[in-house]
Write a protein that binds this ligand. Structure first.
Ligand code: NAD
Ligand code: UD1
Length: 358
């Protein structure tokens, strides 16, 4: 709680001074993590400006963000590859910081179309940084990924371990981290939080927003959710012979609302600090594929048929975070369980079997 006196002598009490002051540009705001983070930002009292080109999302997600929060904000349909259009957004608003979600994220697609990934993810970030520089904006929170660690044998993963991405998507994340580190060296007022997400799943408790993958989902939880709702016949478990207790792969699943809260904490940190710092956003707890399947069955009351198939190339046996740096420096910690993640995913999926629709 912050108290301050206005020039009229009135004492104002509020949760944070930022509540009245801060306008945040959210790129990729209509996407899965962006839309949930917009809810948390608005609820924390920030004003936002949203940018997206809807290449992997729908404007409907942001209408629902307004419905959930009862707050409005401006939305710009801008392809960030277009520097002039992006610059115009900065010119018309007094932006103080940026949360940068926009990017392409499908690993397999990045292997098949590397130039598209390098161009979209790198050029849009360079354009963003140029606009920030031109308009004196020096604070950014960036969506990196645990994928930058590559095929590490050692777990839990810590931020000071070497990074070695194994596909073009992961390379773009590592390169953008480096660009932001270089900007922090060049400008001593520049501040960047590089957030390495583990496996974001779940949905807002309202069931109004959630993950809406295009086509066949690549990731485990959206696939399981589509099996549960009857859109897919059965799950293929990619490998049952890993050196893990039940033979299936282990990952650190994190509820998307915990992740959204991590962005609010990272934003508060970056506003008061300079330099570029990487933070793992994970729970620190690994769950196997079969544990996820059973937790989803519990949450939904639906049996999930599955069979064990071959390993997926490029998959590690286990990946989970050491989240203590984010705990110590950002004051952030995940609070939701795997059961919460499955219950909220099911709530969203069963109420919106076709996602946001056409
Ligand atoms: P998403 O695809 O749902 O959201 C990304 C958004 O960026 C989409 O709405 C898309 O339309 C937009 N976008 C892409 N290119 C753009 C451009 N040139 N101009 C304007 N908008 C553009 O993905 P998400 O799951 O919400 O992920 C958000 C960020 O987090 C991404 O950068 C992703 O790489 C990263 N990330 C995601 C995960 C995950 O599992 N979801 C894990 C680690 C990191
Ligand atoms: C994938 C991406 C990674 C990204 C991460 C977070 C790949 C190779 N890696 O990793 O870059 O950062 O998502 O979104 O795509 N599984 C099945 N059956 C399925 C789908 C998945 O058994 O149909 C298994 C996988 O083998 C893995 C676990 O479920 O053991 C989780 O898979 P997934 O959700 O794709 O996440 P990651 O493998 O961590």
């Amino acid at each position: 709680m912050v108290m301050f006196q206005t020039k009229f002598g009135i004492v104002v009490m509020m949760d944070s001074l930022l509540e009245v002051a801060c306008l945040i540009l959210v790129t990729g705001a209509a996407g899965y993590i962006g839309s949930h983070t917009c809810v948390s930002l608005l609820n924390a009292g920030y004003d936002i400006v949203a940018v997206d080109n809807f290449t992997n999302s729908k404007p409907e997600a942001l209408s629902r963000v307004q419905e959930i929060t009862g707050k409005t904000f401006s939305l710009h349909s801008v392809n960030m590859l277009n520097q002039e259009d992006l610059d115009a957004v900065f010119a018309e608003s007094n932006i103080e910081a940026v949360i940068h979600f926009a990017g392409l994220k499908a690993v397999g697609e990045s292997v098949a179309q590397p130039l598209r990934y390098y161009e979209n993810n790198l050029v849009s970030t360079i354009n963003l940084c140029k606009s920030m520089q031109k308009h004196g904006v020096k604070k950014i929170v960036f969506s990196s990924s645990a994928t930058v660690y590559g095929a590490q044998e050692q777990v839990p993963l810590r931020e000071d371990m070497p990074i070695a991405p194994v596909n073009p998507y992961g390379q773009t994340k590592a390169m953008i981290e480096q660009i932001l580190r270089d900007l922090a060296v060049a400008d001593e007022q520049f501040g960047a939080a590089l957030l390495r997400y583990f496996n974001p799943v779940g949905a807002h408790a309202s069931g109004r927003i959630g993950e809406d993958p295009q086509g066949i989902p690549n990731n485990l939880v959206p696939y399981v959710a589509q099996v549960a709702v009857g859109k897919r016949a059965e799950l293929t478990v990619h490998g049952g012979d890993y050196d893990t207790p039940d033979g299936t792969g282990i990952r650190d699943y994190i509820h998307v609302m915990d992740l959204a809260d991590g962005h609010v904490k990272a934003l508060a940190w970056v506003m008061n600090h300079t330099g570029a710092e990487a933070f793992n956003l994970g729970t620190g707890k690994g769950s196997s594929v079969l544990e996820v399947v059973h937790a989803f069955e519990q949450a939904s009351g639906v049996r999930i048929p599955y069979h064990i198939g071959p390993r997926r190339p490029g998959d590690a046996a286990r990946s989970f975070a050491d989240p203590t740096k984010a705990q110590r420096i950002l004051g952030w910690q995940a609070t939701k369980s795997l059961a919460d993640m499955c219950a909220d995913t099911w709530h969203w999926q069963s109420q919106n079997p076709n996602g946001y629709g056409e």
